[in-house]
Design a protein around this ligand. Structure first.
Ligand code: HEM
Length: 432
């Protein structure tokens, strides 16, 4: 019954949304942002550019969001503490609370009320982020390199004698989950279960038309992972190991330490923030590269260009397309008035393609100089795992170019997933 009601609710929301898009088109000389349309899904960049030219803070009524698509504004707003990430404070939180209560999701509700750093403003954000950073020192992340390289080789060994394979299933999906599991010192016997949870977890984030079943899988995985991390942290508390969880347990700043809830929230955040993103960077980056055969040849001949190529991949097809901020107070910003709680879609992908930030922004060029992108965010919430993601992706490209020098894309063009927060593929066939 609950599922039927949910399905009806989703159906009605889409109907209202579609009417909103039609009205926007009528009032806007034929233009409307339609995040559910296949043209937006296939090429959202055209839409970002159109919105930027109409208004760099474009009000899209059907999505209830102001879309910010200009680099200068994106960087300014992310740094400005009049914009908040903490959705608990605003009227929109009521919807989330009611939904989680209706769904009987006590653990998720508790996490909503006690969020991880991604959803915290200062001073709580600064306090916890400082302690979490103990697990992300450059030296520690660099020390993982050999293990990451071995994991990539083990994944690719499974393609021995194959003429074609799906890069996402063979490498891009499992790798980041395995790396995070190893980083946390999780037992090998838990690895399969951990990977399944990790994949299910993201089935509802930003997903367009996520089915009720997918949502249930994602929420079950969320709660199972919280229970799992809580148990591991409690077991290890008096005898911390030399891994990320051990570093969290030992982290101390002027007598301040993380409590168990903050620790398991952080562990879950690492999966949410670090798995799907890295998966998509590998897929999106390789797709762009193989669509530019001259650049593929250039990279194959000179691996020292891989780090710059990865920055261009991040700029050109970022795994995270948007993040959200709320007006913290009634305010005037850039000559417009906004009410407290007004939500803004900070368009990372729109900013990366702003011609004032990067010349000729719609062309892919691995030799581009002074690449400007905000694909790892900016300011206080800037990605804490950026170095790890860069190392993983560099090693992936080194091994792929070395082992499959003649690789090509499969015959069928892959489908972009229906998701306006993350951009990527479910499958990417390679002929080797
Ligand atoms: C290509 C891969 C990645 C991309 C594109 C990416 C992107 C981002 C972005 C855009 C943000 C900022 C969100 C905001 O301002 O609202 C962020 C934050 C964060 N990322 Fe990443 N990320 C990646 C990989 C990782 C990895 C591998 C980890 C850890 C294992 C990680 C952990 C985090 C954490 C903990 C935050 C929150 C930081 C804070 O709120 O202070 N990310 N990431």
């Amino acid at each position: 019954m609950k599922e039927l009601i949910n399905s009806i609710r989703i159906f009605l929301i889409y109907r209202f949304y579609n009417i909103g898009v039609i009205l926007e088109r009528i009032s806007n000389k034929g233009f409307a942002l339609d995040i559910f349309s296949s043209s937006f899904q296939n090429n959202p960049y055209k839409t970002y550019s159109r919105m930027r030219s109409i208004n760099p803070i474009y009000h899209s009524k059907p999505t209830f969001l102001r879309w910010v698509t200009k680099m200068e504004l994106v960087q300014e707003m992310i740094r400005d503490d009049r914009f908040s990430v903490d959705d608990r404070k605003f009227p929109i939180a009521k919807l989330r609370r009611n939904e989680l209560r209706r769904d009987g999701r006590e653990i998720m509700l508790d996490q909503f009320e006690n969020p991880s750093i991604l959803k915290l403003d200062p001073p709580d954000h600064s306090r916890i982020r400082k302690l979490v950073s103990y697990g992300f020192t450059n030296r520690y992340i660099k020390s993982l390199e050999t293990e990451i390289n071995d994991t990539i080789n083990q994944c690719l060994d499974k393609t021995h004698n194959l003429e074609s394979f799906d890069l996402m299933n063979v490498l891009a999906k499992p790798l980041p989950a395995i790396v995070i599991a190893k980083m946390m010192g999780l037992p090998d016997s838990d690895l399969n279960q951990f990977q399944t949870w990790s994949e299910n977890l993201l089935k509802e984030v930003g997903g367009i038309g996520s089915s009720v079943k997918k949502r249930r899988l994602a929420r079950d995985a969320y709660e199972d992972l919280i229970r799992y991390f809580e148990k591991i942290i409690i077991e290890r508390k008096d005898n911390p190991g030399d891994d990320f969880i051990g570093k969290l347990i030992l982290a101390e700043e002027e007598g301040d330490k993380l409590n168990v809830k903050e620790m398991y929230g952080t562990c879950l955040l690492l999966l949410i923030a670090g798995h799907e993103t890295t998966t998509r960077l590998v897929g999106n980056g390789l797709f762009a590269l193989l669509n530019h055969p001259d650049q593929f040849e250039c990279l194959k001949d000179d691996h020292s260009k891989i780090p710059n190529a990865i920055e261009e991949m991040l700029r050109y097809e970022p795994p995270v397309h948007a993040t959200v901020r709320f007006a913290n107070e009634n305010m005037t910003y850039r000559n417009r008035d906004y009410k407290r709680g007004t939500p803004f879609a900070i368009s990372i992908a729109g900013a990366n393609r702003d011609p004032e930030a990067n010349q000729d922004p719609d062309s892919f060029n691995i030799l581009r100089e002074n690449i400007k992108h905000v694909s790892f965010g900016y300011g206080p919430h800037m990605c804490i795992g950026a170095n790890l993601a860069r190392i993983e992706t560099r090693l992936v490209f080194e091994r792929l170019l070395e082992r499959f020098p003649n690789m090509k894309l499969g015959d069928k063009n892959p489908d972009w997933q229906k998701n306006f927060i993350f951009r990527g593929f479910e499958n990417l066939e390679l002929k080797v």
